[in-house]
Design a protein around this ligand. Structure first.
Ligand code: IVH
Length: 673
């Protein structure tokens, strides 16, 4: 095939795959296969630059910043919609519509979701996307074509030569908003209050590359040109052209069907990946729309019915500070339990001290709670009117809540940290991590017992756990420690001493950046702790650099850890106390299976041990990665997910799925194979 034909074919294939992925939500191929096509296209264009044209998928990201703000006058004014909040107002709208038409006219309405994002106007001409613009004041908007071109799933070319002006909503999926906000908070930036602000802000970014990194989507809901007799036909045509639409409209031939749609849609909408805040009711027949016309601001043929937002109020009983194993201090609001979006919330992260100060959240305040992206409970605002007398603004801790050491604020970080390496609170957090199922799995060592053992100095580091069998007397002297529970505890420690792999031990140590997958790679190479400790750190550095999947930052972190005399002493102590932790022979690599070709990074607290999930993925032919990197297909998230992984997933375009979704993948694939 000649290069020009191959180029055209690649452009078409990639556009089809984008459509399947972003519009139909039904990926047709693995990310790896997609990347291969994309790479081929890039290479072809590098060799023959004359093949590049504006419709090529490589041209989505312009790279050059938009130069200032250019205004465009809309060919057709962009109206806003009159809002209503109850059934009576919908009835009233129906009456006005009928009054405005000839008596006895048959009126059909189209009811469709009111998408909560930023409105967008695009123009295609001779099959090419030629303009993207914001609504602005409805008459004049901002020209944002370079940013609009970065929206995946928006075709750069369509198979229709007519000039077409389309209206749609740019949305950010709920799960993506949660990701963006966690990143922003981690960077000390203000989180977006809602997907609308996030979408609008992203569209107007001057840096097109930054816009390209935002997970924007667009869903069209209007074709302005009068090419069809009815709105529902126009929606069908939009879809046939491969343009993304919501596909959730219903043609209603009576007020009753319309009201029924409004009621039904309210029950379904929380399941949608994007936010909706109501239903838009539109007259279906365009000739009738023309008869009805518009007021200065609103068309007379459409109305928005808005649902009440799912927010609840509750009272802040305390503001606590959580301390992590790295010393990070996070303020958390302890709340009177309330149900929000289907689950009971009794704690809400307040992210960092700036967040608390900005919102002025105080103990005893009545606060409005909402689930951000319907996942993470957030304190939205404080009802100052309900503030009891005598409250004080919350003071960020100046001292570590555990050891009293002065806290530090790391430059460029909003988080406060306890820098004391021997802080008992940090030790408790580390011990808790060390003994979880993903690590050394000492199941009898729970949070409160850990605290007691740290308080009584029976545990000063992680190795001390394995000295506990020698300290039976002291253990039995602890409050609430009976013979039986002491036996169980010691048995679980003995079991952990011999029954864990080296990768579990390495994971349990919580070495920064060394997650369970990297730990298992390193463990596979060195087999046991003794062998690892015997390597001179410099030699180790070179050896690790040779290993696939171990990056330079991990190497720095692991080498720094091994070079630290305190840590080394703890590792030696583990060996002296008889911790075996040998790595078994590796399983043969599976080169087929339902997940073959996809890669997975698993993070957060899951319902089963992470290693077990890894095993299932490997057994199904999937590749397990420690971190999200270029080409990673999926990030599987559990509870308490850290920002870094989410940020990386967003950056690298990995799909974020829950454990349940992973199970569905495994199951679906099992059924079909
Ligand atoms: S039609 C003249 N349909 O709501 C009618 N708008 O409050 C033009 N919106 O600016 C809009 N979902 O950004 C229409 N299905 C939908 C919509 C929708 C959300 C937004 C749109 C508009 C705003 C008006």
């Amino acid at each position: 095939m000649n290069p020009a034909a191959r180029h055209a074919q690649l452009c078409r294939e990639i556009a089809e795959l984008d459509h399947a992925y972003y519009v139909l939500d039904a990926p047709k191929t693995s990310d790896r296969a997609y990347d291969a096509l994309f790479d081929e296209l890039r290479r072809l264009e590098a060799a023959q630059p004359e093949l590049v044209h504006a419709g090529s998928p490589t041209q989505r990201v312009g790279g050059a910043p938009r130069e200032g703000v250019t205004k465009v006058e809309h060919e057709h004014a962009m109206f806003s919609l009159d809002n209503t909040y109850d059934e009576a107002a919908v009835r009233e709208f129906d009456r006005r519509v009928r009054d405005g038409l000839r008596t006895g006219s048959v009126v059909h309405y189209v009811a469709e979701p009111k998408l909560d994002g930023a409105s967008l106007s695009v123009v295609y001409d001779r099959g090419q996307l030629v303009l993207g613009a914001t609504r602005g004041d409805g008459r004049v908007g901002e020209e944002i074509t370079p940013n609009v071109r970065t929206i995946r799933g928006l075709p750069l070319t369509i198979d229709d030569p007519r000039r077409m002006t389309l209206r749609g909503e740019v949305v950010i999926y709920k799960r993506d908003l949660a990701t963006i906000n966690q990143t922003r908070i981690a960077r000390g930036e203000e989180p977006f209050a809602n997907p609308r602000n996030a979408a609008a802000g992203s569209l107007r970014l001057l840096d097109t590359r930054e816009a390209a990194e935002r997970p924007l989507r667009v869903l069209f809901y209007e074709l302005v040109d009068r090419y069809y007799a009815t709105h529902h036909e126009a929606l069908a045509a939009i879809r046939t052209l491969g343009l993304p639409t919501h596909g959730l409209h219903r043609v209603c031939d009576s007020l009753d069907t319309l009201l029924a749609f409004i009621a039904e849609f309210d029950l379904r909408r929380s399941q949608l990946p994007y936010e909706t805040d109501g239903v838009v009711v539109k007259v279906d027949e365009l000739a009738q729309r023309d008869l009805l016309g518009a007021t200065a601001r609103f068309p007379r043929w459409a109305i928005a019915y808005k649902y009440a937002a799912e927010r609840v109020t509750t009272v802040v009983r305390a503001i606590e500070c959580d301390l992590g194993r790295t010393g990070a201090i996070t303020p958390v609001a302890v709340l009177d339990p309330v149900t929000v979006s289907g689950s009971v919330v009794s704690r809400a992260s307040l992210h960092n001290s700036d967040y608390v100060a900005d919102k002025d959240v105080r103990v005893a305040d009545t606060v409005v709670i909402e689930k951000a992206g319907e996942v993470i409970p957030q304190v939205v605002s404080v009802d100052v009117g309900k503030r009891p007398p005598g409250t004080q603004p919350w003071q960020p801790p100046t001292q570590c809540p555990s050891c009293g050491h002065a806290v530090v604020r790391v430059a460029d970080e909003a988080a406060l940290r306890c820098p004391n390496a021997s802080c008992p609170g940090r030790l408790e957090a580390l011990l808790f991590y060390f003994t979880r199922r993903s690590g050394m799995d000492v199941d009898r060592l729970g949070e409160s017992l850990i605290k007691q053992l740290v308080d009584t100095k029976l545990l000063r580091d992680v190795a001390d756990i394995f000295a506990l069998p020698e300290k039976r007397e002291s253990l039995l002297a602890l409050p609430r420690m009976g013979d039986k529970s002491c036996e169980n505890l010691l048995a679980s420690i003995e079991e952990a001493k011999r029954g864990r792999t080296f990768s579990q031990l390495l994971t349990a140590l919580g070495i920064p950046l060394l997650g369970s997958v990297a730990a298992s790679t390193v463990a596979g190479r060195y087999r046991n702790l003794r062998a690892l400790l015997e390597r001179p750190v410099e030699a180790l550095r070179d050896e690790l650099a040779e290993i696939h999947g171990i990056g330079p930052k991990m190497i720095d972190s692991l080498c720094a850890y091994l070079a630290d005399p305190t840590q080394r002493a703890i590792l030696e102590k583990l060996l002296q106390l008889g911790v075996v932790a040998n790595e078994p022979e590796p399983e043969p690599v599976v080169t087929s299976g339902p997940l073959y070709g996809s890669s997975f990074c698993v993070t957060g607290v899951l319902t089963r041990p992470r290693e077990a999930v890894h095993e299932q993925i490997r057994a199904a032919g999937g590749e397990v990665l420690d971190r999200v990197k270029k080409g990673t297909t999926y990030l599987v998230i559990g509870d308490k997910v850290g920002d870094t992984k989410l940020k990386a997933a967003k950056k690298q375009g990995a799909q974020i799925i829950t454990e349940a979704e992973l199970d569905a993948l495994l199951q679906r694939d099992m059924r079909s194979s």
